[in-house]
Design a protein around this ligand. Structure first.
Ligand SMILES: Cc1cc2nc3c(=O)[nH]c(=O)nc-3n(C[C@H](O)[C@H](O)[C@H](O)COP(=O)(O)OP(=O)(O)OC[C@H]3O[C@@H](n4cnc5c(N)ncnc54)[C@H](O)[C@@H]3O)c2cc1C
Length: 286
C-alpha cells in the first residue's frame, strides 16, 4: 500500500525552489514517470513528490540562439523529434530520441529523466557527452542555476552528482562548430525496436580533406559511467583516416571500455561488437 503522499505541481521556478528550500523532506521528482513508476520500491517509498510537468519552462522549452540550444529537462522526446528546427541543428540527438522506446515512451519520457536515472544504457547519455552538453541544476542560488558538465555528472550506475532535492532544469548544448560534423549514433539491442541497448556508440567527426580534424566518441552500456573516449579520440585526431588508422582506433576503443557480463551480453561480446561498430561507422567516412 502507498504511504500518505504530498504532491506538488509547481507552475514556476519560484514556487518549485521555495518548496524545496523551505522543507526538510526528501522530494522525489517525476517527469514522464516511465522509469520511476516501474521502479516499484522507489515509487512506493516516495512520500513527497514533485511533478515537473506543470512548469512550462521545464516542460516546453526548446530555444535555439547563435551559441547554444537550451532544452527543458522535462520536454518529452516526442516534442524534440517533432520540432521543426532541431533536426537541422542536432540530428544526432533527434535520431537517438527516435530510437527510444515506441510512441508511448517518446510522448512521456524526457532527457532529464534519462540523465537522472543514470543507467549506463540510457540512450541520450553518450549523445549528450559528444555534444559537450551542460546541465543547469536547481534550486537556484541567488537566482542562478548551478552548471555541471554532462561528462562529469554520472558517478556510477544509477548515481549522479545531484544533492538531495537538486533537480535538472535545462540541458544546454553548444551549437556545433562549422563545417557541420559527420555524425552517427548506433544502438545494438536484442532486436531492432523497443530494446534496451547492449551497447550504443555516438560519434561526431570533423574531416579536413582526408584527415580527421576533430572527433568525439562516447559509448553506452559498456562502462559503469558514460564518458568521452579520449584515448581513442587521440589516436584519430589529426591523422589521415585510412584502414590502418581505423584498425588502431577500434583496438584502442576495445581496451578503453570496461563492460560487464549480464543477462543481455557477455563482456567479450560487448568489447568485440563495440570495436566493430566503430569500424563500421568510420569506414563510411573513408
Ligand atoms: C517500455 C519502455 C521502453 C524504454 N525504452 C528506452 C530506450 O529505448 N532507451 C532509453 O534510454 N530508455 C528507455 N526507457 C527508459 C525511460 O523511458 C527513459 O529513461 C526516460 O528518459 C525516463 O524519463 P522520464 O521523464 O520518464 O523519467 P521519470 O521516470 O519521471 O524519472 C526517472 C528518474 O529521474 C528522476 N528525475 C526525472 N526528471 C528529473 C529532473 N529534471 N531532475 C532530477 N531528477 C529527475 C526521477 O526522480 C527518477 O529517479 C524505456 C522505458 C520503458 C518503460
Amino acid at each position: 500500500m502507498k504511504n500518505e503522499v504530498t504532491l506538488l505541481r509547481p507552475e514556476n521556478f519560484d514556487a518549485l525552489d521555495a518548496a524545496l528550500q523551505q522543507s526538510s523532506a526528501a522530494w522525489t521528482f517525476v517527469a514522464g514517470g516511465t522509469d520511476l513508476l516501474v521502479q516499484k520500491e522507489k515509487w512506493r517509498k516516495a512520500t513527497h513528490i514533485v511533478d515537473l510537468t506543470a512548469l512550462p519552462e521545464l516542460h516546453q522549452t526548446i530555444e535555439i540562439n547563435s551559441k547554444v540550444i537550451r532544452i527543458g529537462a522535462a520536454v518529452p522526446y516526442g516534442d524534440l523529434i517533432r520540432h521543426s528546427e532541431l533536426k537541422t541543428y542536432l540530428p544526432i540527438l533527434v535520431h537517438a530520441c527516435e530510437l527510444i522506446g515506441a510512441a508511448q515512451i517518446q510522448n512521456r519520457g524526457t532527457i532529464g529523466g534519462n540523465i537522472a536515472n543514470a543507467s549506463p544504457a540510457g540512450d541520450t547519455l553518450p549523445v549528450l557527452a559528444v555534444l559537450n552538453a551542460e546541465l543547469l541544476i536547481g534550486p537556484r542560488q541567488k537566482g542562478e542555476f548551478k552548471r555541471l558538465s554532462m561528462n562529469e555528472i554520472m558517478i556510477g550506475p544509477g548515481q549522479i552528482q545531484l544533492k538531495p532535492n537538486e533537480y535538472i532544469a535545462f540541458i544546454e548544448i553548444p551549437i556545433l562548430q562549422s563545417p557541420e560534423p559527420l555524425w552517427d549514433f548506433r544502438k545494438i539491442g536484442q532486436r531492432e525496436a523497443l530494446a534496451i541497448s547492449k551497447l550504443s556508440l555516438a560519434v561526431l567527426l570533423w574531416k579536413d580533406g582526408k584527415h580527421v580534424q576533430d572527433v568525439r566518441i562516447a559509448s553506452g552500456s559498456v562502462a559503469p559511467v558514460i564518458r568521452r573516449h579520449h584515448k581513442t579520440e587521440n589516436i584519430l585526431n589529426g591523422q589521415e583516416l585510412n584502414e590502418q588508422l581505423i584498425e588502431k582506433a577500434a583496438e584502442t576503443l576495445k581496451n578503453e571500455i570496461n563492460p560487464i557480463s549480464d543477462i543481455r551480453s557477455t563482456k567479450e561480446f560487448r568489447k568485440e561488437i563495440t570495436a566493430n561498430v566503430l569500424r563500421d561507422i568510420l569506414h563510411q567516412w573513408l
